[in-house]
Design a protein. Structure first.
Length: 155
């Protein structure tokens, strides 16, 4: 039996600047992922130190932080069957030129750090990142009439 999970996605400043917010969200909607949280977030130095702590010793750390503060980012909470893995699959590998064709990063971007999107990469990361960027009141559980086709057996 597959698990229904929630995962955290951030649409990065290049997605906003390049008018790709709708295209990216459309891909998640068409997959059958339910948007249960959606808002603008203005990232700060402190938030990014936490969020990218695993990269703090990398030479590009200052650069990725500067990039992520250029505009507000769009935060999404997506829900669905094995949403954490499924979203990462749709997003593609970190380097857009090594990402599989058909993924968001491969189809719509060329280079790091501007690979359009962040997505939680594990259950632990999703847990921490959802708490980092969304309050409980900002996440909405609701039924869609399509749930029976997307999540169930269609009847
Ligand atoms: N990044 C970069 N240069 C690199 C590797 C990563 O600028 O050589 C940026 C890129 O925007 C990436 C982010 O840092 O998405 C976070 O890196 P991570 O390894 O966590 O990749 P992700 O989980 O985003 O695929
Ligand atoms: Mg990562």
């Amino acid at each position: 039996m597959s698990d229904i999970q929630r995962t955290l996605v951030l649409l990065k400043p290049d997605a906003l600047q390049r008018d790709l917010l709708g295209e990216i969200i459309r891909r998640f909607e068409f997959k059958g992922l339910k948007i249960v949280g959606l808002k603008f977030i203005r990232l700060t130095d402190e938030l990014l130190d936490e969020h990218y702590a695993h990269l703090s010793d990398k030479p590009f750390f200052a650069n990725i932080k500067k990039f992520m503060m250029q505009t507000p980012v769009v935060g999404l909470v997506l829900e669905g069957f094995e949403a954490i893995t499924e979203v990462r699959k749709i997003v593609g590998s970190t380097n857009p030129r090594q990402a599989d064709a058909g993924t968001i990063r491969a189809d719509l971007s060329m280079n790091v750090p501007s690979n359009l999107i962040h997505a939680s990469d594990s259950i632990e990361a999703a847990d921490a990142e959802l708490k980092r960027f969304f309050n409980d009141e900002e996440i909405f559980a609701y039924e869609k009439i399509t749930d029976r086709y997307v999540l169930g057996e269609g009847v």
